[in-house]
Write a protein that binds this ligand. Structure first.
Ligand code: FAD
Length: 402
């Protein structure tokens, strides 16, 4: 079948690869001049199935209210009402109730585990070499934070994710460069999780998809999805099917077809800087649980990423959010990176649905498929989502049910 994919972020690229493997004629239409120029450009790189959790969780509404008054808040709200944020918040509040949360968390973790398996399978079989490091450490600064993490630990245990709660000394052996002057109370170690360079992986997988015949049409924006008698019309060309992987702009493309997706951008930032001294840098990935900031070793760079801003303008950099990233880096790895030269500051928009799991499958409109809304875990969920979608298009039963 001749299949168009709109968007060449990590979701579009992995989808293109899986559909090309299945023997379809694949065309990826991307408005930018390269793959992964938007949300997939410089994310934290964390692939940690146990920590792929819905944003909508019991207790979150109260936490968000408290964050409104904190200087280094992990979540900031600047409502602009451009993307229907009020309706989104109403649905999010419903999804924060315990029963929907338990279901969405289980579904997300199932997809994340499958995705990690697929990522490892592709890496091995295609011999892909990209920056990545094994192990993930969640840092808890106080006993209060350790107690708050207990509910999450039970979920990790129930779902069978390998993990250990460590005292500070043991955690410091795993990440020897952790600053001795910053109080560390305990840590959760997930030895099988990892950090890896999302964009680098995507570019390698794009090459593999191209080798299978997939065509990437860069600098090609899709204005409308039109239903024709013979199939789907995009920019004057006819396709048997189309898969929408357009990140935060997916909802705009789908609205004229009567498909209403409650998708909003939740902005975040990363700062990447060259490693100054490897002995002072993280070995793999750590997450500061208080500030929800990840510090990752991405090859010869250190990347600090975090902040979640609801609403606001895509082109405006919030300096307070950037200062939080520097503060957390300085707390844990003060001598790791050269933060004066070749520093890359990036702002990205997480394509966020109110309830958590992405939309992967039929849209309700014949021949129009969805692979979108992966929120804060698109990299961790990409390889599994793409395989599930490709199976659904081919009429096969996917390995996992979403
Ligand atoms: C600060 C930050 C840290 C993050 N950290 C992590 C992490 O550690 N682990 C993790 O798993 N996830 C993380 N994420 C989330 C992850 O980056 C996203 O979920 C993921 O990149 C979304 O991928 P996507 O392909 O859906 O979107 P995108 O990468 O945005 O791709 C969509 C593409 O569609 C194109 N497009 C849109 N409209 C059109 C159109 N009309 N015509 C043609 N092309 C179009 C865009 O140009 C874009 O290239 C993070 C995000 C942020 C912001």
């Amino acid at each position: 079948m001749k299949i168009a994919i709109i968007g060449a972020g990590i979701i579009g690229v992995t989808t293109a690869y899986e559909l090309a493997v299945d023997g379809h004629e694949v065309h990826v239409l991307e408005r930018r001049n390269s793959a992964c120029e938007e949300a997939s450009f410089a994310n934290a790189g964390v692939v940690s199935p146990g920590y792929v959790t819905p944003w909508a969780a019991p207790g979150m509404p109260t936490k968000v209210l408290k964050y409104l008054f904190q200087k280094h808040a992990p979540i900031r709200v600047k409502l602009s009402f451009k993307h229907g944020e009020l309706g989104w918040i109403a649905q999010w509040l419903k999804a924060c109730k315990p029963a929907p949360y338990a279901a969405t968390r289980a579904s997300l973790q199932n997809l994340a585990s499958y995705s990690l398996e697929r990522l490892q399978h592709l890496t091995k079989t295609l011999e892909l070499e990209y920056d990545n490091a094994q192990g993930y450490l969640v840092l808890l600064r106080t006993e209060q934070e350790r107690i708050a993490a207990e509910a999450g630990l039970q979920v990790l245990k129930d779902a069978g994710f390998e993990h250990k709660v460590l005292d500070a000394n043991t955690a410091r052996k795993i990440e020897p460069a952790l600053n001795a002057s910053t109080t560390l109370h305990a840590a959760i170690h997930l030895p099988n999780d990892r950090v890896a360079n999302c964009r680098q992986f995507a570019l390698l997988l794009r090459d593999q998809a191209q080798a299978l015949g997939a065509q990437f049409h860069f600098g090609t924006a899709v204005g409308h999805i039109e239903r024709g008698l013979q199939g789907i019309q995009l920019n004057g060309q006819t396709f048997d099917h189309v898969v929408v992987c357009a990140g935060v702009d997916s909802a705009l493309l789908l609205k004229p077809l009567g498909v209403h997706i409650p998708l909003i951008p939740v902005y975040g930032y990363s700062v990447s800087a060259p490693v100054r001294e490897p002995m002072d840098a993280p070995v793999s990935g750590v997450m500061d649980e208080r500030y929800k900031v990840a510090i990752s070793r991405i090859g010869n760079r250190v990347r600090v990423a975090g902040s979640a801003q609801l609403g606001g303008d895509a082109s405006v950099i919030n300096q307070a959010a950037i200062q939080t990233l520097y503060k957390v880096l300085d707390d844990w790895f003060p001598a790791a990176a050269d933060t004066k030269n070749q520093v890359q500051v990036w702002k990205g928009a997480r394509p966020m649905l109110p309830s958590g799991p992405p939309r992967v499958g039929a849209s309700g409109v014949d021949r129009v498929w969805l692979n979108l809304g992966h929120g804060s875990s698109g990299w961790a969920l990409s390889c599994g989502s793409a395989r599930v979608l490709a199976d659904r298009i081919s009429g096969k039963k996917p390995t996992i049910e979403l």
